[in-house]
Design a protein around this ligand. Sequence first.
Ligand SMILES: [Cu+2]
Length: 419
Amino acid sequence: MKYLIENLFFIIVTLVSLIYYVNAQQCSNIVTRENILSISPEKWKTYVSAFRTMALNGDLDQLAKIHNDHFAVIHDSPQFLLWHRYFLHDFETRLRQIDPSLALPYWDGAAEFTAPHTSRVFSESYFGGNGNPNNNYCVSSGIQANLSIGYPETRCLRRNFQGPNANSIAPWQSPAFITSIIQTSSSYDTFRQNLEHSLHNSMHFGIGGNVGDMISSWSPVDLLFYPHHANIDRIWSKWQNSEPQNMNLLDGLQRRPDGSFIQMNRNRPLAYYGIRTGQILDTRKPPLCYTYDDIVSSSARQQNMFEEQLRAKLSPLLLEQYFPKLLSSDKSAPLDFSNERSLSQSIDRPLPYPISLSPSMAKRMGFNLASVMDVQLRAHKFVHDMNQQFIQRTESAARSVESESVADNEEVEEESQED
Ligand SMILES: [Cu+2]
């Protein structure tokens, strides 16, 4: 009898832990993060109210302090994408405690790369615009207009747009460049470096400038931080889903608080949060349980008109160097056409050169200068090469129109002679 009870007890414990284990591997609900510009004006009002609550109850200040305290090990290092993913999850959890119907929206900054300041996100009913240089660069419109920040001190939120004119922001990286780094980065840390030191830095610097909060180590006091970083996380997610082996890929040398380096792997704990890096690679698994509205992860690759257009427009050399997947004969590899749509549009005109961090700004942020310059040079070379192709294409198109019209004229002349 005693044995039976002991065995029964053992069986129950095993069953309970098995059920727990299976549940822990699956989310009961997967939240979809939407493009911020697709949210209806009605729904957006509920976001504004929840965001205001988070500014007033100290959530933003707490998050900004956490970010500030660990700044040196969560930037310019492999933890960058991992740490910010979990940090956004922290924000989203707080947001959903206020209103469970909400999810963190993303701002697809690259889609508005030519004139970022014209984006709706800078309007009065969203996050407001530039700071006023005559009033300490205080932001006087949008959600945070009359709310002060509480970290690192109590004052207004500041922005200092960097553009050719007052209140404008210089162009940043195009969807074409983002698609290119998704297709050409073969290691996690190469991809991390390519994304962090291009669109990520450009958006912080374009908005924050020299004195704004977005360029500081407490940048999470600006609510725009979250949709901007959700977009960076979404682009990483696209890269993770672009090749089966990318989902669990982690590598690179991680900077430690004492300045030494350690190999990144799936067992390393995140700064502050302590969770193992391997637990936050798949966003559709606990503890994260979210996805984005345009992640292409189906194993079947769909044929698409954009693919043909791009192949016809770019030379084989350019395709091989920047968009190797468009040349690939492997039809099972998933291609992300949500990006390719903007890509086909952005190669129909010359691309502007993207805004860059100056060496002194890179130094101020504590970044490795070589690492920043490496990516910025690559982004410039990309624009140069794409524009050379664009010029050649338009010239040869002009030549063929010319020769056609010459031929037409000759035909007309012949016809008139026949008359
Ligand atoms: Cu950061």
